[in-house]
Design a binder for this molecule. Sequence first.
Ligand SMILES: Nc1ncnc2c1ncn2[C@@H]1O[C@H](COP(=O)(O)OP(=O)(O)OP(=O)(O)O)[C@@H](O)[C@H]1O
Ligand SMILES: [Mg+2]
Length: 308
Amino acid sequence: MQPIISISGVSKTYASGFSALKKIDLDIRRGEIFALLGPNGAGKTTLISIVCGIVNRSSGTVTVDGHDIGTAYRAARGLIGLVPQELTLDAFETVRATVNYSRGLFGKPANPAFVEKVLRDLSLWEKRDAKAITLSGGMKRRLMIAKALSHEPRVLFLDEPTAGVDVELRQDMWAMVRRLREDGVTIILTTHYIEEAQAMADRVGVINHGEIILVEDKDELMRKLGRKRLELELREPLGAVPAPLAGYGLELAADGGRLVYTYDDQSERPGVASLLRDLGAAGIEFRDLATNASTLEEIFVGLVREKA
Ligand SMILES: Nc1ncnc2c1ncn2[C@@H]1O[C@H](COP(=O)(O)OP(=O)(O)OP(=O)(O)O)[C@@H](O)[C@H]1O
Ligand SMILES: [Mg+2]
């Protein structure tokens, strides 16, 4: 099937001379939830802004359902709903008027029943006559989503939809996004949070320093992200890893004072409990232990190194 969005060789150099995107190639599949993960300044918002026609690309092509954003901008843009990272609302407009107005901007005829459905789905119907300025932060965010859905887009971009949002609203948003997907809307969201990608996405892309360093099915990526480390500070330094512990693939620090065990939840490597038992059986004592899951930062470093 033809991808709904096709990004090919897209680069962006800002007027300052800063190169924010470097030859991005990315296809978004019809009907998927795609999470774009990356640290601050990686280029996520720049990429979204280019697809939505807010930022001009320096080179490359983008098509939305076959419409080139350069030569068929209106057709392409009409298919897209964008929830930008920053809140942009007219403070003194009511909730309902905000959504109606946005729909009108796309040349769609008024459709009160549709607008009511959008507002109800986002739990904003009770607030339909309230001015935007009187809404809470979370309600404002939902209004931004309602606005983006006002013209019945087939693709929805959510640029950090849950930044600064409490757990409950975050889960509401995830549920809403899944419902949209069931209605056939393709969703691209950006996030810093691995757990968000994990909860939502079918596929995940990782962008760093303006380059896509990986695009993978979520399940496969989570296996990689699930890697954890256990560090043991030993009481007595070891000359070598004792033979009964050979199966764990332990790393011994150069001074022999520290053992590191790397494992992941799905691998065949045995769990930590079993390691600790075997250490005890081998008479190895430790002073302290620490575990940590790989951070996104470490994963980026690992991925970049793998690529090089
Ligand atoms: N108008 C601009 N002029 C110059 N540089 C810009 C401009 N907009 C963005 N940049 C730079 O481009 C890089 C990518 O920014 P972008 O907003 O795309 O990152 P991001 O991945 O969305 O980050 P965040 O997670 O913080 O939202 C950053 O280094 C940023 O400073
Ligand atoms: Mg951003």
